[in-house]
Design a protein around this ligand. Structure first.
Ligand SMILES: NC(=O)c1ccc[n+]([C@@H]2O[C@H](COP(=O)([O-])OP(=O)(O)OC[C@H]3O[C@@H](n4cnc5c(N)ncnc54)[C@H](OP(=O)(O)O)[C@@H]3O)[C@@H](O)[C@H]2O)c1
Length: 333
């Protein structure tokens, strides 16, 4: 058992906090949920009451001023991540911030610098990295089970029904690549184990101006390719295929594998496929416990903000390409 629990505040009454991360903070062995803040005091009070959260604040500033809160979880619209992560760091709070960490790589680096100056930890909340399936796949790749990986395919699409959703608002950092394509980019870079040098993308732009759909390719220095598609207006799909010289690893539950036991497959052409069973887990709880452990024990993060900046460099280049009708763009170093 950990010697003490990290004391958390949650910034906003967001949906993802309500359904996944607040329950995860509650379930985490080394964490304690202290308060929530909303722009609207009454909304914050109602939320706190319904979710049985001890305190609520009527502004984000008020929560950041609370001396007994050590860490904050930031599930704000993407365009607000930078501002509130910086304010949290300046208030001496450790920060678990939703994905994508910011609107672009430059913002990620600025946030990282402020976190460092204030001696606090900052991590992007890509929860799928903590699920056992992701760990097993990375281990199989490391052992060379698929052979040399030259190609990663991934998809993350779903259909939003509400047109007033933050994901359709360009001014809030909406768009399919920002919302779900960022997982595909993150997974591809992690499996390939290096940074892409060039990006190409085509988008289907929606009426509000965000990418409702985007198909992207990343080229790595040794010629390895990653291809993905993402969308906010399509049937739900989430899959990866890690294709090597000997086998392909395939999962249809790539990013939200869930708490039930699941199976992914090692496909070996005519030789058939080998099922790999993986235990289910609450990936949000594992992420919260990992982050709290790094804070409480003052350990370096496996996924620091510089890693989020690298992801955003690829996303920046993909958007540049999509806006240039698919003209390939270099990924900045
Ligand atoms: N890791 C995951 O599995 C996952 C899943 C879904 C979303 N996310 C990420 O989590 C973040 C939030 O997504 P969500 O779907 O939970 O959003 P949401 O339900 O729309 O919540 C966003 C919250 O931000 C606050 N807010 C402040 N300024 C706002 C503005 N101008 N417009 C709208 N809301 C504003 C609101 O809280 P108050 O009114 O209480 O201040 C609102 O409840 C995004 O970065 C998204 O990418 C991650």
């Amino acid at each position: 058992m950990p010697s003490r629990k990290l004391r958390w505040g949650v910034i906003s009454t967001s949906n993802i906090g309500r359904v996944a991360v607040i329950p995860a903070i509650r379930a985490a062995k080394n964490s304690e949920l202290v308060a929530v803040a909303s722009r609207d005091a009454e909304k914050g009070r109602d939320f706190a009451q319904r979710l049985n959260i001890p305190r609520s604040y009527g502004s984000y500033e008020a929560l950041l001023a609370a001396q007994d809160i050590e860490a904050v979880y930031i599930p704000l619209p993407n365009s607000l991540h930078r501002e509130w992560a910086i304010k949290a760091a300046q208030s001496g709070k450790h920060i678990l911030c939703e994905k994508p960490l910011a609107l672009n790589a430059a913002e990620c680096l600025e946030m990282e610098a402020v976190a460092q100056e204030n001696h606090v930890k900052l991590m992007e909340a890509f929860m799928y990295r903590f699920h056992p399936q992701t760990q097993v796949v990375l281990e199989l790749v490391k052992q060379g089970v698929p052979g040399k990986v030259h190609l990663v395919h991934s998809s993350f699409t779903f259909r939003l029904t509400r047109t007033d959703n933050i994901r359709f608002k360009p001014e809030l950092g909406g768009g399919a690549l920002m919302d779900v394509g960022c997982y595909c980019v993150n997974f591809s870079r992690m499996v390939i184990g290096s940074e892409p040098v060039e990006a190409q993308a085509y988008a289907r732009w929606g009426s509000t101006g965000v990418d409702d759909q985007l198909v992207g390719t990343l080229r790595f220095a040794d010629g390895t390719l990653a291809q993905f598609d993402c969308g906010l207006t399509l049937e739900r799909r989430e899959s990866f295929e890690v294709v090597g010289t000997e086998a392909a690893l395939y999962s249809s539950q790539a990013f939200l594998p869930g708490t039930e036991e699941l199976t992914f497959f090692e496909r070996r052409g005519r030789k058939g496929e080998i099922p790999h069973k993986v235990q289910g887990a609450d990936e949000y709880q594992l992420m919260v416990e990992y982050f709290a452990d790094c804070v409480l024990e003052d350990k370096p993060l496996r996924f620091p903000a510089s890693e989020a900046a690298a992801n955003m460099r690829a996303i920046d280049a993909l958007y540049r390409s999509a806006r240039a009708d698919g003209k390939p763009q270099p990924v900045q170093r």
